[in-house]
Every structure is written in structure tokens, then in C-alpha cells.
Design a protein around this ligand. Structure first.
Ligand code: PDD
Length: 288
């Protein structure tokens, strides 16, 4: 039974309860993070906590914990749960009030929830053969840079992919690529990696940054700029990135092959760099 943290206490997951008047439940009024843990160490923790702070600022909610308190809490949850590799889910909502009212209540305590789930690498077949995706109009709000728990649009968009036998939905807004329903998307064209620029229309992914850093470190041409739908449809390669999926090749889009319909050479290269980087920063301490 996983051990979770809720509002100052550690307890078995099955015992955790939040009031029905919690604004996270009523309004989706909260923010969250998903942090991968390798060899019991959180990956890019500072970056995840920095994004959490920006999300909290975005919804005008004071951070209930200081940076080092988050670090200590996450370390405790990792230690209390099984598995060398875990994914930490943390959520902060505006808390529970006595009545339902859209306007912010005064003087309520935010709800803080942290749990751990096993982190499994994507199936080998997905890396070797790639995944299929569909595209759809990005019908979300204009603050997609906030990692908000109100994810109904993302859930509906992801489910469309599942219903079509695909793994992800690529989102297009006004003729440009934004991201995936729960991932960032990269386009490879003529040996250049193209990434939609960080703005209010997409979540600034922690994995997205790692990919661009690795491209820079290894001298692979890359540009963060507006990416046209046409460039997506004529891409040589498409990649999906997220904390739980790392980097995966998309080989079919809307039932048409992407490039040669197989994971491309730059994908293989980037996956190898990503795994080397992870090993170097995460695994090397084992025994320390
Ligand atoms: N989602 N864009 C969206 C809409 C996402 O939900 C995610 C991640 C990403 C990738 O961000 P990162 O590389 O920091 O994980 C981009 C997480 C994993 C989730 O909701 O489960």
C-alpha cells in the first residue's frame, strides 16, 4: 500500500480523504507537478519546484511550503515507498471553504497532497517501433503554461487518441503546433529540431528543456520557434516528450506515415544521449 502525504500527515493511500468542498474537487482550482525519480533521486527537482512556483503565482496562491520543505517532503515520500524508480505526483489546491463560491475565499488553508507511483519506462516496442498519434484543434484556455489540475480539455483530447487506437493527440492552434494532450512535441525537418516556443499556449516541459540542452551540447541544429501545421505534416521525424515517457518517436499521424514511418536516426541519437545523461546525473551515486 503506497504511503502518501496529505496536509501534514503521512498515511496509507486508502485512508486519505479530502472534504467535498475542496476547491480542487469543485473547480479544479489547483496546480500539480509530476517528478520522475531514478535510483531514489528526483530528476531536475529544482526545475519542477520552479515551475510549481510559477503555476502557483499564475493562480494567485501562496506556496504553502518553502523550497527546502518541498525537497524534504519529497525525500520522505520516496523513502516511504517501494521501488528505485518512482513518479512523484504533488498537488496544491486552494483548499475547502464552507460554501461554493467562484471568488477566492479568505483565510482557508490550501490542500497539499503528495503521492508516489511506480515509474516504468515506456514499453521497448514503443521506442523501437514508435507510436501513432492523431491531431486535433487545441481548444484549451490561454494559460496552458500553468500546470493546472483542471485538465478536462486535455482528458477529452487524449481520449480521442485512445478511441482512434493511438497514443497521443497533437494540438494545433491557428495553424501552429502547440503541444500534445499530455506531452511536448518536437518536429525534425532537414536535420533541424524544431520546438514550439515557450509561451502561454503550452506547458514549458522539464523534459523539453533537457532535449534542447542535449541538442545544444552535441551541436545538433535546433530552433525554438513557431511551428506550422504544414511542417508537422511534412516532418521527417516527430518526437513526444514528458517526464514519464521521456522521449518517444511518433511514426504515424492521422493514419499517414511520419517520414519513413519508422523511428528516425535523430530519434535514436537523442534517445541514446538522454539515457547517457540520465545515467550520468542519476545513477552514478548508487553506493554513495
Ligand atoms: N504531463 N504538456 C502537457 C500538457 C503535459 O501534461 C506534460 C506532462 C508536458 C511535459 O512536461 P514535462 O516534461 O515537464 O513532464 C507537456 C505530466 C507528465 C502529466 O500530466 O502526467
Amino acid at each position: 500500500m503506497p504511503t502518501i502525504y496529505l496536509n501534514g500527515e503521512f498515511m496509507p493511500l486508502a485512508e486519505a480523504r479530502v472534504p467535498v468542498m475542496d476547491r480542487g474537487f469543485l473547480f479544479g482550482d489547483g496546480v500539480y507537478e509530476v517528478i520522475p525519480v531514478y535510483s531514489r533521486r528526483p530528476f531536475r527537482l529544482d526545475e519542477h519546484l520552479g515551475r510549481l512556483q510559477r503555476s502557483l503565482d499564475g493562480i494567485r496562491l501562496a506556496n504553502p511550503l518553502r523550497g527546502d520543505a518541498w525537497t524534504a517532503l519529497i525525500a520522505q515520500i520516496i523513502a516511504a515507498n517501494e521501488g528505485e524508480d518512482q513518479q512523484i505526483y504533488l498537488q496544491v489546491t486552494r483548499g475547502a471553504d464552507g460554501k461554493r463560491n467562484h471568488a477566492f475565499p479568505k483565510e482557508i488553508q490550501p490542500t497539499v497532497f503528495v503521492m508516489s507511483e511506480p515509474l516504468l519506462p515506456p514499453p521497448a516496442a514503443q521506442r523501437a517501433q514508435g507510436i501513432a498519434a492523431i491531431s486535433a484543434a487545441d481548444n484549451r484556455w490561454h494559460r496552458c503554461d500553468i500546470k493546472a489540475t483542471s485538465l478536462l480539455a486535455n482528458c477529452l483530447l487524449r481520449q480521442r487518441a485512445i478511441d482512434a487506437g493511438c497514443a497521443e493527440t497533437l494540438l494545433l492552434r491557428d495553424g501552429f503546433l502547440t503541444e500534445g494532450a499530455a506531452s511536448n512535441i518536437f518536429v525534425v525537418k532537414n536535420d533541424v529540431i524544431l520546438a514550439p516556443p515557450k509561451n502561454h499556449l503550452m506547458l514549458p516541459g522539464v523534459t523539453y528543456d533537457v532535449i534542447l540542452e542535449l541538442a545544444a551540447r552535441h551541436g545538433l541544429p535546433h530552433q525554438a520557434r513557431d511551428v506550422l501545421e504544414e511542417e508537422v505534416r511534412t516532418a521527417d521525424e516527430l518526437w513526444l516528450t514528458s517526464s514519464t515517457k521521456e522521449v518517444l518517436p511518433i511514426v504515424r499521424l492521422d493514419d499517414k506515415p511520419v517520414g519513413g514511418g519508422r523511428p528516425g536516426p535523430l530519434y535514436a541519437q537523442m534517445l541514446a544521449w538522454y539515457q547517457d545523461y540520465k545515467r550520468a546525473v542519476m545513477r552514478s551515486h548508487v553506493d554513495a
